[in-house]
Design a protein around this ligand. Structure first.
Ligand code: CO
Length: 301
């Protein structure tokens, strides 16, 4: 067994997206190698409707997949193919934009004003960037859950874990997308295939992902002083990027810890990225923008 050391711990950055939605960005629009095949992770948990009701009106996507996971409130969705839907707490939508869609995503809070959830972007390999657009709308009840003897609880959104297989299928990056809760003060080893890039995103409680037997300093974006004490604890809004190995270790703090554990096989292709469109070359980006202007963007109806 080889435990994955931590490469870095990053805190989210406040970001404004769509028509003025205030959210927290864990990663995105930077260097893409560490997270390949993933491009971006946004945390849109918010308890103030003024911060999110403007939503994400009509916009295009091409060359990627977007994965939306709602924890509270709802998101109304509509697109250029005529699809319409509403996601509620616990639901997942896996959208393969492929050759292109135009859609809008409008968050609506629950009765307490809460709108909680995450959006992950996964890249598509060059061979699938212009594939047919496709949706997989997964109701909460279709997501398998498994509880271990010590109370560790896992929802399997995509991929296989502890003998359960998630409902999302046919995704290029072959991702593993888990929602994991580890109870207070428990230590847990979780397997991740060695050829994958992997990260954890903490959204409740706290804990440490350090390999206890091999203590080593962890750099964070926050540490400006090289003499500063190493940071080991991950709390709400911490993103933990792992190095190579076949499993991760997590030691839950006094309130337990809940996190997304996401891994995928790197695509290792050039990335040309403009807003919601991600291709391999600048020429492909120029073509996409030209097609948006002339109305030739949508290829499949
Ligand atoms: Co979108």
């Amino acid at each position: 067994m080889s435990l994955r050391p931590i490469k870095k711990i990053v805190e989210t950055k406040p970001t404004i997206e769509g028509a003025g939605v205030k959210l927290q960005r864990a990663f995105g629009f930077g260097q893409t190698t560490d997270f390949d095949p993933f491009l971006l992770l946004d945390d849109f948990r918010n308890d103030n409707p003024d911060d999110y009701l403007a939503g994400f009106p009509w916009h295009p996507h091409r060359g990627i997949e977007t994965i939306t996971y709602v924890l509270a409130g709802s998101v109304e969705h509509g697109d250029s193919l005529g699809n319409k839907g509403k996601m509620i707490a616990g639901d997942v939508q896996w959208m393969t934009a492929g050759s292109g869609i135009l859609h809008q995503e409008m968050p609506k809070g629950d009765e307490r004003g809460r709108m909680h959830g995450f959006q992950l972007w996964a890249n598509l390999p060059s061979s699938l960037k212009m594939t047919h657009p496709r949706y997989q709308d997964i109701p909460s009840t279709a997501i398998p859950e498994v509880t271990d003897d010590d109370g560790t609880h896992v929802r399997v959104v995509c991929g296989e874990f502890w003998g359960k297989k998630g409902p999302v299928e046919g995704v290029a990056a072959d991702p593993n997308y888990l929602d994991v809760f580890v109870p207070a003060r428990k230590r847990k080893l979780l397997k991740i295939e060695t050829d994958r890039n992997a990260f954890a995103y903490v959204f409740a409680g706290s804990g440490s992902f350090r390999d206890a037997s091999h203590p080593r300093a962890v750099l964070t974006d926050q540490v400006m002083n090289p003499e500063a004490a190493p940071v080991y604890d991950a709390t709400n809004h911490s993103l933990v990027l792992f190095d190579r190995g076949d499993s991760i270790s997590v030691q839950a703090g006094d309130e337990g810890i809940r996190f997304l554990l996401i891994s995928g096989k790197p695509i290792e292709e050039p990335v040309a990225w403009y807003g919601p469109i991600v291709m391999n070359t600048q020429e492909e980006l120029r073509q996409a923008m030209a097609e948006l202007r002339t109305g030739a963007f949508i290829k499949h109806n």
